[in-house]
Design a binder for this molecule. Sequence first.
Ligand code: IPE
Ligand code: IPE
Ligand code: MG
Length: 230
Amino acid sequence: MDFKIPKHIAIIMDGNGRWAQEKGKSRIYGHYKGAEVVEPITLKCKDLGVSYITLFAFSTENWKRPQEEIDILFKLFKEYLIQKEESIMKNSVNMRFIGRRDRIPKELSDMMSYMEQKTSHNNGITLTIAVDYGGTDDLTRAINKLIELGKTNITEKDIKGFLDTSFLPEVDLLIRTSNEKRISNFMLWDLAYSEFFFCEKYWPDFTPEDLENIIEEFSKRDRRFGAIVV
Ligand code: IPE
Ligand code: IPE
Ligand code: MG
C-alpha cells in the first residue's frame, strides 16, 4: 500500500450503547463488544506503520452516567488489561494512559501503572488510552502546574510539556464512529491541525478494513497547515 501513513491516529470510540440497544441487548454488552475491537484495530495500525494510536475510553463528562454503568466500565478496563497482557507483550505494544488518576478506582490506576512500566521498553506501537480524560481538564491542570512553578512568559512548548499528552506528537488523523460530529472534549491542544473523519458505523462494527479505507482517504487530503501549496 503506497498511502501516506499518519504517524498518530486518535479515535473517539462511540456508539457501543446504541449498537447494543438496537439489538435488544444491554449497553454493557455493547461495551464488552466494543472492547473486542481495540486489539484488531491496534494491530492493523501497527502493520500499516502507524506509530501512535490514542483511544478515548472514558471522558471527564462520562461521570454523568448512571453509577452502575461507570462501575462496569472501570471493571471492564481492568479485566481487559489483565486479559490482554500477554498479547500486548507479544506484539511489543507500549501502553500509556492519559487522564486524571485521582478519581478512578485504585485497582484500575494500579493496573494502568503496572502496564505502563511493564511495556515501557516495547517499541512496536504506542497505544494510549484516555481514561477520565478531558481536553479542558488537561489544559487546566497543565496551566496550574506552570503557575505552581512560578513560570511567566509561558510558551506553547511549556504548555505542551505539562499536558498528559506531552509524550505524544500532534494527532494527524481523528476518527469518530457512530456518526456524531463533535470532539466531546477530547485532546483539544493536539487536535489543532488534525484531519477529521466521521464514520457512520457504531464502534463495535468498526473493522480494520474501515480503518484502511479511512487512511486511504486521509492520504488524498491536502494538508496545508495554513500555508499556500502550489
Ligand atoms: C462509547 O459508547 C463508549 C463510552 C463513552 C464509554 P457510548 O457508551 O457513548 O455509546 P452511545 O454513544 O451511547 O451509543
Ligand atoms: C465521547 O463519547 C467519549 C468517549 C468515547 C469515551 P460520548 O458518548 O461520551 O460523547 P457525547 O456525550 O455524545 O458527546
Ligand atoms: Mg456516545
